[in-house]
Design a protein. Sequence first.
Length: 598
Amino acid sequence: MNSASTAHRPHLAARASIATVVSAGRPGLVHVRSQALTDARKRGLWVLLAFLLIFIIALVRITYLGMADPARPDGDAAAAPTERGDILDRNGVPLARAFPAYSLWFNPHAMGDGPALVHSPAEVAMALHRIFPDEDVAELTQRLASGKAGYLRRRILPEDANRIHAIGEPALEFPREAERFYPQGTLAAHILGYVDSKGVGQVGMEAVFNRQLTDPATRNTPAVLSIDARVQGALEDELLWGMTRAQAKGAAGVVLDVDTGEVLALASLPSFNPNALRPEDISDSADPTKQANIFNRATNQTYELGSVMKPITVAAAIDAGLITNLGKRYPADKPLEIAGITVHDHETYGASLNIIEALIHSSNIVLAQVGDQLGSQKMQSTLQALGFNERPYIELPAKGRPSWPRGDRNGVWSRVTTVTASYGHGFTITPIHLASAYAALVNGGIWRPATLHKVEPGQAPAGRRVWQASTSARMRQLLRSIVDVGTGKSANAVGFRVGGKTGTAEVADKNGYHRDQVVATFASAFPMDRPRYVVIATLDQPKANAATSFQRTAAWNAAPVVGRVIPRIGPLLGVMPDASRDIDISDIAPLIANGEGE
């Protein structure tokens, strides 16, 4: 075979090459393969290092973005609210929750060193106004023209975000954030409070639980309150009815468990919506003397509450052994002169009254005599045991300081102070003070602090004894009699065995008493054969009008509120109406006279 024929057959040439390599020896072939594997490993290592470098860069970038979100520069005062845990009522109903939402953020540096906006500030403001008609165009224009980053609007809907995106402005961003939401609206607003723009709880239990609700270690465990949302709603509803009916300036109410001190409901009116706070909710710059809606009348406002104190005076006198015969009669047909003051009754109820009649008619004259005989030390010690000389025992930050008479150099009250205190004047307390006192009055004599924390069975605080159990049993009879035939008849919800006492007091301030302004309160408990709950209703400055038969006293406006609340909340709390049973008052029935007082 010649060379020309070989050139025309390439496969024969390849065979010749391979043959040459093989002829060079097998070790040469192994070397070639080893070199190829080494080159492949090097190329794979370089690729792996490149991917690792890209991963590290991405990780650093993600970390940076997480620590310093360019949508909210560190220098801006309005930081995004931190995620918060839930607040629930005693039955697990959500009262405050965190949920993801969009916000509208102005980022003037979105296009680097270029202009902040593609269109003019006025054009962008008008476009935003078409999406949010409640926004002020002039104010938006000014904020956009300022070139300062910040929120333009909080909590926007996804469809609104889409419409904003369609405007075509890169500087209008809508980051997702954790927003605070109150599913029940205004319900329990004064208990919950609100969360400010920096994510800090204010005023209510949002402030009390702030650390627990924001700490990553604890925020996944909801904060559980003692209140029952159903009871809270009923109380707020009926208080609003009473406030509107009597054209009152404000109202307050409490529902309290007499054995644990748990607050099942606590309300103050006017209220506010923590989802949409208004400037007038927090302060009233137009009228500095006017209380803002956020002010809590149940725990922060102190009042002279008047005749609701009379059962407390009687209980102190029974406990001290001063009253041993409820049939003993006291002169009551003319004003009483004691230590330079004159004590009057609303009207004359007869030449004399016994203790039961004095409570039924709400006689200042008889209670002044009882207080005078009781003496300052016993009166003071009883009221101090009820916490009347201190801010109320409850977790809320807003707690009013009672006006406690100073007394002499040893703190002992004068005779005049003791006498006026015996029928509820000369010192002030809050409605929550009163609720805790009435719980002790009917639960066997044990005072316990009010609480907004849910108390587990068997975990109620020991409290402190104020009255003997026998005194408390007697007071249950007397309170029931007041509602049955006395000034509290309009609170006598059929089948619920309500007991309680009315109280109407003129408003007092640094200028003295105002005869044209009163505070009307009804303090009650039910069912009196086995008391479980205290219900307080207070109306601030009710008016005498046609709806209240032109009367402004508690018997005509506060007591009817309680008479409507109890039938609504009783079944919710396991107390069913039963007209076939009642507290036994057979031993005092012969001493009870029909009639109405204040």
